[in-house]
Structures are given as structure tokens and as C-alpha cells.
Design a protein around this ligand. Structure first.
Ligand code: FES
Length: 152
């Protein structure tokens, strides 16, 4: 399967059958993200501990790129440390504004398909909608304080 086919298949599959879609009753934080250029909205709910993103789910509506990105994001981020989640969100948003020929980090896995969105700058907001909501959620609930034990 070439890259174009993989892109089509993953985006279609995850937009038609988004994973981790629905409410999360025991969420510790819920944030709304929107794309002002089209009015689409995603509501992201996450169960955060001081150190980890235990689980996360989303609801809302958006184009295929938006829904697929939110779906793949929940799979990628679930169970990650908050630090890793924040770093991945930053790296993902950064990747989308790099030139097309820039290599994508291996740690991206399936998220690599979104590198094709770099050809369509007007769709970058679609791909990053859920990720911006994740960053907002992470900043809303305080993370565990960084230990200063070694310095005491
Ligand atoms: Fe609305 Fe993509 S067109 S999020």
C-alpha cells in the first residue's frame, strides 16, 4: 500500500468510525475546541492524573481530517504521561507547518498520514483542532509539581 492509499484508508476509516468517540462520565476536564473558519467543534474530555492522561474521549462534528485526527490522537495519547502528551501535541502542530519534504519523526506512527495535509495549508486547522483542545485540557488541570528533592 502506498502513502496515498494509506492516507485515504486511515482518514476514511477513522472519520467514519471514530475511536474513543462519546462522553466520558468520569472526566476530570472537558474542553471545547472550534475551527472558526468553518464552525466545526470538538469537545474533548479527559481523565487526567497529576502525571498521566489516563483516558480521553471526544464528541462533536467536523470534516474527515478533523474527525480522523481526533480519533487517532485519542489512541496515541491514551495512557501517555502528561509530558509526553504535551510534547506530541507540540510536535504534531509543528510538523504541519514544516515544508513538505521535512521528515516526520518515527514516533508519529500512523499520525504520519497527516503530513499530507501540509500540501493544503487551509486544512491545517482541521487537523490540529483536537490537538489544541488537548493542550488546553493539559494546561487547565495542574500537573504534578516537578520534584526538587535532589536540590534539597
Ligand atoms: Fe471544519 Fe475541517 S472543515 S474542521
Amino acid at each position: 500500500m502506498n502513502f496515498e492509499e494509506l492516507y485515504q484508508e486511515l482518514i476514511l476509516d477513522h472519520s467514519k468510525r471514530p475511536r474513543n468517540f462519546g462522553p466520558l462520565p468520569d472526566a476530570t476536564v472537558t474542553v471545547k475546541g472550534d475551527n472558526p473558519s468553518c464552525g466545526d467543534e470538538v469537545e474533548l474530555s479527559a481523565k487526567l492524573t497529576p502525571d498521566t492522561v489516563e483516558t480521553l474521549k471526544f464528541t462533536g462534528h467536523g470534516c474527515a481530517i478533523c474527525m480522523a485526527s481526533a480519533s487517532l490522537m485519542t489512541i496515541k495519547i491514551k495512557g501517555k504521561s502528561r509530558q509526553e502528551a504535551a510534547a506530541m501535541a507540540k510536535a504534531f502542530r509543528h510538523m504541519l507547518v514544516t515544508p513538505e519534504e521535512t521528515a516526520v519523526p518515527e514516533s508519529f506512527g500512523d499520525l504520519e498520514v497527516f503530513s499530507a495535509v501540509r500540501r493544503f495549508p487551509q486544512r491545517v486547522k482541521c487537523a490540529t483542532l483536537a490537538w489544541r483542545a488537548l493542550e488546553q485540557a493539559l494546561s487547565t488541570v495542574p500537573a504534578a509539581p516537578v520534584s526538587t528533592e535532589e536540590n534539597d
